[in-house]
Design a protein around this ligand. Structure first.
Ligand code: ACO
Length: 428
């Protein structure tokens, strides 16, 4: 017998079905509530509202669990590769050896971007933030591949759009960086793996030889895995919402990139490093900044702390903290910023303000330190997040389309003026 929740309004009782997910999560299905009772629910920021039923990522914020398609993030980070994880997220199952080789080869085949995209890039001022450039270039793919505008075309057609964007996003990202520093762009080197190719496009100069450091490429691959999906977060919900109007994959992804950009979401990794730099420049007094973070009259927040769903610890932060130590040790880097980060973490974890509010370091607290160590400039941190999150956005967009979900269109409670007569200009 299915579980029912009863809602009593006056002397009327409405029965609402309870649905249960495969991990025992329960939700009250209110889809018919308005039609039957005239009532809607309200939940600003969707803090307690499920927008979909999804089979991609499972997350338990209280227990600190994150799984892609049933596989734990710890195991995937240790044993898998970013492209294998991408395949898993998008197709639902781990690939066979042949499937993975084919997937890699297809992606490698599409890494080049249309030469005319360079003229779009040239139109941006050199101080353009790479996230703005990236979202524009991704959106421009709709013009270069007009057939991609139809999200209802054949599965092969959709798959081709998916392979193209997985292949081209690193090229676009590296080009956005080259634009920022005013250097000539590098073309992809298809002899290299996904991360090594990206690093070469980022850092090779026509004046010098460039060898990709495998330690750096491995660290990057792991970071991308950790960012690959995170169920219905702000940018993913944006991708699904844009796509729900049957806008194309590239238009939806461009929207997701913009949503990710904000400092309360993916932009936090850049904000963390800027905050740590500011603390260092101000003499390194961690306690002073802890006090600022706790002061309700001060808008300062401890960037990289707190999370909408993790109220225990962010399992990705645990893996990344260790990876940061490993990478810095392997590269022989002694970064004073890391010491400040550790100091902040130590104080925060024992401070009642942070303990009571369950504010723990999130994935962005340490990812910036690794990016810095491997030479990624601060303005590119959120772009790195976008490259990592891409397969998740694609998987979520595809699932939404395949499930035939309706257009996303929330309700509201109107709080403005009631009907009033127009007042002519002379009488105002
Ligand atoms: N520093 C100081 N206080 C904080 C912080 C912080 N980083 N985060 C939350 N709080 C406090 C709030 O002031 C609030 O206190 P109150 O109850 O006394 O009013 C309480 O903790 C709850 O915070 P909310 O903002 O209501 O929590 P919400 O779930 O809406 O926000 C968010 C989550 C946006 C991540 C928030 O913790 C934050 O701004 N963190 C810093 C930015 C950041 O690191 N973002 C990256 C998130 S991870 C990601 O996107 C990959």
């Amino acid at each position: 017998m299915a579980e029912i929740v009863e809602v009593k309004v006056g002397d009327k009782v409405y029965q609402l079905p309870v649905i249960e997910g495969s991990e025992g999560e329960k939700a009250i299905d209110i889809a018919k509530l308005r039609a039957e009772s005239g009532l809607v629910t309200i939940d600003p920021g969707f803090k307690n509202t499920g927008s979909t039923q999804s089979a991609i990522t499972f997350l338990d914020g209280e227990k600190g669990i994150l799984r892609y398609r049933g596989y734990s993030i710890e195991e995937l980070a240790e044993k898998s590769s970013f492209l294998e994880v991408s395949y898993l997220l998008i197709n639902g199952e781990l690939p066979s050896f042949t499937e993975l080789e084919m997937f890699k080869s297809d992606i490698t085949h599409h890494t080049l971007i249309h030469e005319d995209i360079k003229s779009i890039l040239d139109g941006f001022p050199s101080n353009a933030h790479p996230m703005g450039v990236l979202s524009s270039l991704v959106s421009s793919l709709t013009a270069f591949y007009p057939e991609s505008l139809d999200p209802n075309r054949s599965a092969e057609g959709v798959n081709l759009s998916i392979l193209r964007i997985l292949a081209k996003l690193p090229t676009m990202a590296a080009w956005a960086y080259k634009n920022e520093i005013g250097h000539p762009v590098n073309y992809p080197d298809n002899r290299l793996d996904y991360c090594s190719n990206f690093l070469k496009m980022m850092f090779a100069l026509p004046t010098d030889d460039y060898e990709v450091d495998p330690v750096v490429a491995d660290a990057l691959d792991k970071l991308l895995i950790l960012h690959a999906d995170h169920e219905q977060n702000c940018s993913t919900s944006t991708v699904r919402l844009v796509g729900s109007s049957h806008a194309s994959l590239y238009a939806s992804l461009s929207g997701g990139i913009n949503a990710l950009w904000g400092p309360l979401h993916g932009g936090a990794n850049q904000a963390v490093i800027e905050m740590l730099e500011a603390i260092k420049a101000d003499g390194g007094d961690v306690n002073k900044y802890m006090d600022k973070a706790k002061d309700k009259n001060d808008p300062f927040r401890l960037m990289g702390f707190g999370h909408r769903v993790y109220k225990n610890f962010d399992p990705r932060a645990k893996i990344i903290k260790k990876a940061a130590d490993d990478v810095l040790a392997k590269l022989g880097i002694n970064d004073p910023i890391l010491e400040i980060a550790k100091g902040l973490e130590e104080v925060a974890l024992s401070d009642p303000y942070f303990v009571e509010r369950k504010l723990y370091p999130n994935v962005d607290f340490y990812s910036g330190i690794i990016y810095r160590a491997i030479g990624i400039p601060t303005s590119m941190f959120t772009v790195m997040f976008a490259i990592g999150r891409l397969p998740g956005w694609i998987a979520q967009w595809k699932e939404m389309r395949e499930n035939g979900e309706p257009i996303g269109r929330p309700r509201q409670i109107y709080t403005g003026a009631n009907l009033r007569p127009f007042v002519p200009m002379g009488n105002r």
